[in-house]
Design a protein around this ligand. Structure first.
Ligand code: ZN
Ligand code: CU
Length: 485
């Protein structure tokens, strides 16, 4: 009689591959899944621990393809919003912003580098030093890391307001190559943001080419997500193909009323790009974005909410227009006075969000900002919102498809071998949830509410979240993209 450590019985199994769920049993020993058995086969199995999951669903743990949890991951409580959504793997180092390879000697980083936290956090001069510190500290979820182009620029350039010289580009290329050797999985750019803006396509190609020959993935917060979104997509595709690397467009959206509906055109380009290298985008299920507050992004027609403010902390959670009215100034002037600060921008259209969520090349990334006082609700709600609200309640896509975009597909996009699927030999990253109850609770007014319907979360075969409580804080592994096989 076969023996396993843990046996899950009678579960509705979504295996992550995009195939319809089956009713059955799953066995786990050590950190791996050992067998999957449909209920109609009645083989005897012995186990040390058994869970009857009648009425519940079992899926691979969700992969949050876009996070800013670089520093938060050191503190398990800051990862709680992710665990309560069923997330077992996070990708950090996005939007050009990464901790390594920067040592800022305790100084406060320039925006948007300060999204990750305050002074003192940029103290990892290499990927190796960051990885070692994290492994030593232990972490609750699996970690995939990208190196930010802005971090590289701040490291090697005296003046980041110009394009890099060829020497500087070579230095960044070599730093990225070294980071890849030390565990990084790719490069991210944030060409929209000041520290990265002055880089032209050639500079990015020069740096990204360190990932040629299947060494990493290129992710980009594009130069423009509004009027010039199509031009930015063209630039991103051209950069990736010239560098010879797979491309992931970050938090794809079309911002500004005049651009609503444009996802029809962007999807035509993105989905039609069948030539290698591979192309995907990540998306979150909300019509508002969130980043640092900047007066250039303030316009009268966009509703804006303050997520934190260093100069006026008492204004956190308030609407910018209301603050401006009280102060008797313009919204732009109010933004200047609130800085340094963060904000939620209500700038997308629901139809565009839905069109993107349905795309076959879409994967799910929360883009949550864990350090914000009054964060965008995507930090707490993204995954259950897609499964509960968009799949079950609205029928926009099937639960099977939704789960595939959070598991099997992102595992493939990031070259995460033996992850994202419920099958023999795969790592036992698992989430157990009630398909009738799963739903997000966080909203713009009350953004820090855990989702409902998540029963338990397992990371590498260890129960990590149980009845909304963290029961293990150290089951996560540091993962590295492997595109070779
Ligand atoms: Zn971004
Ligand atoms: Cu981001």
């Amino acid at each position: 009689m076969p023996h396993v450590e843990i046996l899950f019985r009678n579960a509705l199994i979504f295996d992550g591959s995009g195939k319809k769920p089956i009713k059955g049993n799953v066995g786990v020993s050590d950190d791996r899944i050992t067998f999957v058995q449909p209920n109609k086969k009645k083989n005897q199995v012995s186990s040390e621990m058994e869970f009857d999951l009648e009425g519940l669903a079992l899926a691979p743990g969700f992969i949050d393809a876009h996070t800013h949890d670089d520093y938060a991951v050191f503190d398990t409580h800051k990862i709680y919003p992710k665990l309560t959504q069923g997330v077992t793997t996070i990708v950090a180092g996005n939007c050009g912003i990464s901790l390594p390879p920067l040592d800022l000697n305790g100084t406060i980083p320039v925006p948007p580098m300060n999204l990750l936290g305050d002074s003192g956090i940029y103290r990892f001069p290499s990927m190796k030093s960051y990885r070692d510190a994290l492994v030593k500290n232990h972490h609750a979820v699996n970690m995939v890391y990208l190196i930010g182009h802005s971090a590289l620029r701040i490291k090697v350039m005296k003046d980041i307001n110009r394009v890099a010289t060829s020497d500087e580009t070579i230095m960044m290329h070599n730093l990225l190559a070294q980071a890849l050797d030390e565990g990084a999985s790719g490069l991210s750019t944030g060409l929209f943001y000041p520290p990265n803006k002055a880089a032209n396509e050639n500079e990015v190609i020069g740096v990204a080419s360190a990932m040629r020959n299947k060494r990493g993935i290129y992710t980009t917060h594009m130069r423009d997500e509004g009027d010039d979104v199509l031009k930015s997509i063209e630039e991103s595709v051209s950069t990736a193909s010239k560098a010879g690397v797979p491309l992931l467009i970050s938090h794809h959206k079309c911002t500004g009323q005049q651009n609503w509906g444009k996802t029809r055109e962007t999807l035509k380009v993105l989905e039609g790009n069948s030539n290698a290298p591979p192309l995907n985008f990540d998306v979150y299920p909300y019509t508002a974005g969130s980043t640092v507050l900047h007066e250039d992004q303030v316009s009268e027609e966009t509703r804006i909410m303050v997520t934190w403010s260093q100069s006026h902390p008492e204004r956190t959670g308030q609407e910018l227009s209301k603050i401006a009215e009280e102060w008797g100034v313009s919204c732009k002037e109010a933004a200047v006075r609130l800085k340094p600060a963060g904000a939620i921008y209500f700038q997308m259209h629901e139809e565009d969000v839905r069109r993107l969520l349905k795309s076959d090349i879409a994967i799910i990334g929360s883009d949550g900002i864990p350090e914000d006082e009054h964060p965008h609700p995507r930090l707490w709600g993204t995954f259950p919102r897609i499964i509960g609200h968009y799949a079950r309640d609205l029928g926009l896509l099937s639960m099977t498809e939704a789960i595939h975009k959070m598991t099997g597909l992102p595992a493939q996009v990031f070259g995460l071998r033996w992850r994202g699927k419920i099958a023999p030999n795969y790592f036992a990253d698992l989430v157990i949830f009630d398909p009738d109850l799963i739903i997000d609770k966080a909203d713009y007014q009350n953004p820090k509410l855990p989702s409902e319907g998540i029963n338990s979360v397992w990371v590498n075969g260890r129960e990590t979240l149980k009845a909304e409580k963290i029961v293990n804080a150290d089951a996560g592994y540091f993962l590295k993209a492997d595109f070779a096989g």
